[in-house]
Design a protein around this ligand. Structure first.
Ligand code: HEM
Length: 406
């Protein structure tokens, strides 16, 4: 093999844990000036758009999600090592089969059906604060927003929203880098969710309804069907992947727009700008700033050898600011038509399955908030979550605003 091993190359070192967003972007720029590849404490990192897309589309690079328990130092026989594998961690034919089977349930048309319900949920959350002229956006709007949508999607009754919210919070602890302490809560929540979904599956098998679980149960392709186990895994994946991401992205998007009052006003006046506003805020300030892959075999890419087992992080936030792909990447402009898709939903076979739903949720929320919260301004400092969080955004976003015209 002629390629040089990545481990033998003199590469810039990137240590982004603990860095503020602006510092991380500056570190990406410096590293990029030296080499397209950087060293990290875990392995290597890609910060350019084209490399990010190429590696995420290269099926020899597998999701590194299944390595989380190992990286946290958990024993191989621990609960997390043995739990049902998520779609996020599957590869090859097994993954392709599932994606093919569930694809019809996650189309833009399927997401569009929930738009009136999304507007209803955001409106009622705004109603509760609009008279006060101020709110803490994360607790008042973002946190409660996605759970009812996911419940409505799955077909769970209203009175159970709080249960789902607690399960999501507890299961998300997987990403908080404190597994030794958090494991019992994760295990309990996951067990309760599983029992709940299993009983829903039983009920829907005899009493189908107009919801995701019923359509997943009904899906059949050439005699192939989803098992109860797969249905539980998918419900958990949707709850896990679809709540904290959306609420953090909404908070990131509003935080950013609050720094650009002219664009907030424009969005209120022109709600048809919502799709572009969503793409541009996700590009500029994405709630998922990176993901990771592991080389499943020895891989040669751009004349560099990545030996099997090498971890390669993909800086989605870096790719979103790549000047080779986005003209004036530092300019935030919701009216601009960008030449490339933003990367915050990932790329390749694991590209976000809920992208259409997330887009619809954000496209409904942003113009509605802009219209009902005019003259938006900070009402104190924004508190950001620690930068080590895989799904990131404001922990607190205090805002004040004027009275809506209507
Ligand atoms: C703004 C909100 C969201 C963002 C930023 C986001 C981001 C992402 C990213 C980056 C990935 C790929 C991870 C990787 O390649 O390692 C992903 C996968 C996934 N997302 Fe989302 N997501 C969002 C909302 C949602 C919603 C609402 C749902 C559910 C309805 C969802 C369900 C999923 C699932 C199931 C996967 C795994 C797909 C697979 O592995 O094949 N996401 N998401």
């Amino acid at each position: 093999m002629s390629a040089v091993s990545a481990y033998d190359l003199p590469l810039p070192v990137l240590e982004t844990a603990g860095l503020e967003r602006a510092e991380a972007l500056a570190a990406f720029r410096l590293a990029r000036a030296e080499h397209w590849l950087a060293r990290t404490p875990m392995g290597f990192m890609l910060v350019d758009y084209r490399d990010a897309v190429a590696v995420l589309r290269d099926r020899r690079f597998h999701s590194a999600l299944s390595l989380i328990p190992e990286m946290a130092g958990l024993e191989p026989d621990s609960y997390l090592q043995n739990r049902r594998r998520s779609i996020l961690a599957m590869e090859g034919d097994e993954h392709a089969r599932l994606r093919r089977l569930v694809a019809p349930a996650f189309t833009p048309a399927a997401a569009d059906r929930l738009r009136p319900f999304m507007r209803e949920v955001v409106s009622s959350l705004v109603d509760a604060v609009v008279g006060q002229g101020r709110c803490e956006l994360v607790a008042d709007i973002c946190e409660p927003y996605p759970i009812p949508i996911i419940c409505e999607l799955l077909g769970a009754p209203k009175e159970d929203w709080k249960l789902f919210s607690q399960w999501a919070t507890d299961i998300f602890r997987i990403f908080n880098q404190n597994l030794a302490v958090d494991l019992p809560a994760i295990q309990r929540a996951s067990g309760e969710l599983e029992a709940y979904v299993l009983s829903m599956v039983e009920e829907r098998r005899t009493n189908p309804s107009d919801d995701l679980l019923s359509s997943l149960i009904a899906i059949e392709e050439a005699g192939d069907r989803l098992s109860s186990d797969e249905l539980v895994m998918l419900a958990e994946a949707v709850l896990m992947a679809g709540t904290d991401t959306t609420r953090n992205q909404l908070a990131c998007s509003v935080a950013l727009l609050s720094e650009h009052p002219d664009q907030w006003a424009l969005l209120a006046e022109h709600p048809e700008l919502a799709p572009r506003a969503v793409e541009e805020t996700m590009r500029y300030l994405g709630a998922v700033r990176g993901t990771a892959r592991v080389a499943s075999v020895d891989i040669e890419y751009r004349d560099v050898l990545f030996p099997a087992g090498t971890i390669v992080s993909v800086a989605l936030a870096g790719a979103n600011m790549d000047p080779e792909v986005f003209t004036a990447p530092d300019t935030f402009d919701i009216t601009s038509e960008r030449d490339a898709l933003q990367m915050t939903f990932g790329s390749g076979i694991h590209f976000c399955m809920g992208a259409a739903l997330a887009r619809a949720e954000l496209q409904e929320a942003l113009p509605l908030l802009a219209r009902r919260m005019p003259d938006l301004a900070p009402d104190g400092p924004v508190e950001w979550k620690p930068s080590t969080f895989g799904i990131w955004g404001p922990a607190r976003l205090p805002l004040r605003f004027g009275s809506p015209a209507d």
